[in-house]
Design a binder for this molecule. Structure first.
Ligand code: CAA
Length: 258
């Protein structure tokens, strides 16, 4: 874990914390940083001792986008044959709940990375945007799709076509972020949410995440069907028995997490 060059990784109890750490480039996402984020998130995902993951940056920038200096000379053939940016789909496939704790700039790939996470907690100074069009580019890490789903067509179109940024208040009003907190409280708030999730039964949390994500992939009837089947599966776990027994016995549950 300690040989990462572009991120800091630590565990706090059952929470894994990944901090983007390229301050000289406002955490711009170069290929090396991307590979490290993915490796760290996948390692946490495989670890039964981890129940939630926080992805964060610095006070000044969550991430200012894909690395423009690295991308600038690339050719169409390189982008296409290497299927550039597709590795980020593997981060979206991480099953452990993933919280983005965002302060400062979350632009381009930075905004897209935050949206890959399951929800965003934003500091008051957070700014979100898809300014790629100003570079003669369009988003490539899912921005046109996830932003449209998060804030609706009108705002997504406006942001993607003009490159304008949204401040934290507008992002919360629009449904892009779950909650805004004072900048100084960002990590505390993210940790509190992550610890709450990590204190639940892990398999049940995985099912809850899977069920919500289905809403973005399928019809209502199909989604409700999947939800119901997953709900039924909860009854095959020890943790459902423990959770309900604890409620009836008026005591806190002790989940096995398995
Ligand atoms: N890539 C590479 N380097 C970046 C970067 C990026 N996306 N964003 C910032 N940096 C670098 C700057 O070049 C600068 O480095 P130098 O000191 O070596 O010149 C350093 O970070 C600090 O940046 P600024 O001096 O520009 O800081 P600022 O406070 O004046 O401005 C900013 C901050 C508004 C975020 C500005 O840096 C900016 O506009 N960055 C680019 C944002 C952007 O266009 N992002 C989209 C990238 S494309 C993309 O993400 C494609 C995709 O969909 C995957």
């Amino acid at each position: 874990m300690s040989d990462y060059q572009n991120i800091l990784v630590k565990e706090q109890g059952r929470v894994g914390i990944i901090t983007l750490n390229r301050p000289e480039a406002l955490n711009a996402l170069n290929a090396a940083l991307g590979a490290e984020v993915l490796a760290a998130a996948q390692a946490f995902d495989r670890d039964p001792g981890i129940g939630a993951i926080i992805l964060t940056g610095s006070e000044r920038a969550f991430a200012a986008g894909a690395d423009i200096k690295e991308m600038a000379p690339r050719t169409y053939m390189e982008m296409y044959t290497q299927d550039f940016f597709s590795d980020w789909d593997r981060l979206a496939a991480v099953r452990t709940p993933l919280i983005a704790a965002v302060a400062g700039h979350a632009l381009g790939g930075g905004c897209e990375l935050a949206m890959i996470c399951d929800f965003i907690i934003a500091a008051e100074n957070a700014k979100f945007g898809q300014p790629e069009i100003r570079l003669g580019l369009i988003p490539g890490m899912g921005g046109t799709q996830r932003l449209a789903r998060a804030v609706g067509k009108a705002k997504a179109m406006e942001m993607v076509l003009t490159g304008r940024t949204m401040d934290a208040a507008e992002a919360e009003r629009s449904g892009l972020v779950a909650r805004i907190v004072p900048a100084a409280d960002l990590m505390e708030a993210a940790l509190a949410a992550a610890e709450t999730i990590a204190g639940m039964s892990k398999p049940i949390a995985l099912m809850a995440k899977e069920a919500v994500n289905i809403a973005f992939e399928t019809s209502l009837a199909e989604g409700v069907h999947v939800e119901r089947r997953l709900n039924h599966s909860c009854f095959a776990t020890e943790d459902q028995k423990e959770g309900m027994a604890a409620f009836i016995e008026k005591r806190p549950p002790v989940f096995a997490h398995r």
